[in-house]
Design a protein around this ligand. Structure first.
Ligand code: UDX
Length: 469
């Protein structure tokens, strides 16, 4: 059993702290926001994450997991101090805002009165381990106190965070002090995962390179999807055929609206930024970002291809969150799509199984016209009198809808499946004018409008129920 302090109760901090407690350690989570800590003490979680609430409750009951706003309380007797605060994008072209990491390091330095290993879990620019060391050293109240810094990037994905944390593919540890890294490795031994021990810079780079590679797979399959659509192939089956090759793997080959969320967009941008700053021009990373941006425009282009002008149209949106099983709206495609279709004079009806509150909040924050958006209680309500329905998030709930009922309640039966959750033949059979992403059994070229989507664009397609996808 080890005594652990986790700074930050966001996604990474709360999940890591809870999982470490569940492994039998004594964990105190510290957050500077009093309301958040108060709510956590009452069992109210700041995020929606399957399985997390039960795990928190179990470990709080067993008195292995505590919450506090006090660094002094959190640091008391702690052998390991995890920094898991967020590093939002800063105002530069892709840099990371290190102010929360810096203030966590300062606060640690002010309270630390014994040797501890400070472990950085936040995604930080390569070289930040040294930065944390420097901030702690310069602010120590007791200059005789020793400490070590270890980088331990987190790879958990939202929606499967608890499972990812308890069954990681690997643990990566980086430090200039191998003994400190070995002590952290010991903490993770019960998880029986491969442990890679390396230097600080390399560990930090593993995180960026991993996320950038996964984002590249997504943009790659989205480019293949466009080619499939033109040439009459089905990208979903292409991905299955590719995925069996162990060198490729089946993950991240889902063509659709592209990646969103708190990690991929920010990390690809940050890595490109670091490379740019170093005088390089990372061509592939820039192409990955460009393709990802275009995927969202493509969906709007598909709508205008079929409906012509969107002025006066009602567009139904199934899903608001950036992906299923989360209420997270960060960099969600829904925001851009709503912005663009309302700019063209459409109104929107939207529903998400859990992201209604966060969805409304982010649309407001992003300056989207809320008077053009109706928030519905069910997916069926979204479809009522709609001219088109767009699948934005791949929630399981949407896969088992009564599509006949959806079709019957629409004004025009246009279904744009931005996540490829339905089968084209079935939807065509039900009478939908169905468009997936890259599911071209009968090529229907889609032309992207110019960047300014406020113009009413693109060649008019006939409102036939042909079998093109
Ligand atoms: C990701 C990484 O998976 C995780 O390892 C890292 O720690 C944080 O970033 P997350 O953002 O939670 O996790 O979600 P993930 O499931 O990886 O999906 C990211 C985005 O890619 C989502 O917008 C998702 O819709 C999209 N995606 C995913 C695709 O478009 N196609 C796919 O095949 C898979």
């Amino acid at each position: 059993m080890s005594v652990i302090c986790v700074i930050g109760t966001g996604y990474v901090g709360l999940v890591t702290g809870t999982c470490l407690a569940d492994m039998g350690n004594q964990v105190t989570c510290v957050d500077i926001v009093p309301e958040k800590i108060e709510r956590l003490k009452q069992g109210v979680l700041p995020i929606y994450e399957p399985g997390l609430k039960e795990l928190v409750e179990r470990n709080v009951r067993a008195d292995r997991l505590r919450f506090t706003t006090s660094y002094a309380e959190g640091l008391k007797d702690s052998e390991f101090i995890f920094i898991a605060v967020n590093t939002p994008p800063d105002n530069t072209a892709g840099g990371a805002d290190m102010r929360y990491v810096e203030s966590a390091a300062r606060n640690i330095a002010e309270e630390l009165d014994h040797y501890a290993i400070i472990i950085n879990k936040s995604t930080v620019p390569v070289g930040s381990g040294d930065f944390v060391s420097r901030v702690v050293r310069n602010n120590l109240q007791r200059p005789d106190v020793r400490f070590s810094v270890v980088s331990n990037p987190e790879f958990l994905a939202e929606g499967s965070a608890v499972r990812d944390c308890q069954n990681p593919d690997r643990i990566v540890l980086g430090s200039s002090e191998p003994e400190a890294a070995q002590k952290v490795a010991h903490l993770y031994l019960p998880l029986r995962a491969p442990i890679v021990v390396t230097d600080l810079y390399t560990a930090e780079m593993v995180k960026y390179a991993s996320n950038a590679f996964l984002a590249t797979k997504i943009s790659f399959i989205n480019e293949i999807a466009q080619i499939c659509e033109r040439l009459g192939a089905d990208v979903k089956e292409v991905a299955v055929g590719m995925g069996y090759d162990r060198r490729i793997g089946s993950g991240m080959l889902g063509a659709g609206l592209g990646y969103g969320g708190s990690c991929f967009p920010k990390d690809v941008r940050a890595l490109a930024h670091m490379a740019d700053e170093a005088g390089l021009h990372p061509q592939m990373l820039h192409a990955v970002m460009e393709i990802n941006h275009d995927q969202r425009r493509l969906v709007v282009a598909k709508l205008t291809n079929i409906l012509g002008s969107l002025r006066g149209c009602t567009i139904g949106l199934l899903g608001l969150a950036f992906k299923a099983n989360t209420d997270d709206m960060r960099e969600a495609p829904s925001v851009d799509i709503i912005r663009w279709v309302t700019a063209q004079g459409a109104v929107v009806r939207a529903y998400d199984p859990v992201a209604m509150e966060t969805g409304r909040f982010s649309l407001e924050q992003e300056g989207v016209r809320l008077d053009a958006v109706t928030f519905c209680e069910t997916a069926y309500e979204v479809a009522e009198n709609a001219d088109a329905v767009v699948v934005v998030t791949d929630w399981n709930e949407f896969k088992s809808l009564n599509m006949q009922q959806i079709r019957d309640s629409m004004r025009r039966p246009v279904l744009v499946d931005g996540r490829n959750i339905y089968e084209p033949a079935e939807m065509n059979h039900l009478g939908f004018i169905y468009r997936g992403i890259g599911r071209g059994t009968n090529p229907a070229p889609t032309v992207l409008p110019p960047e300014d989507t406020t113009s009413e664009v693109v060649e008019q397609e006939t409102l036939s129920t042909g079998d093109e996808n």
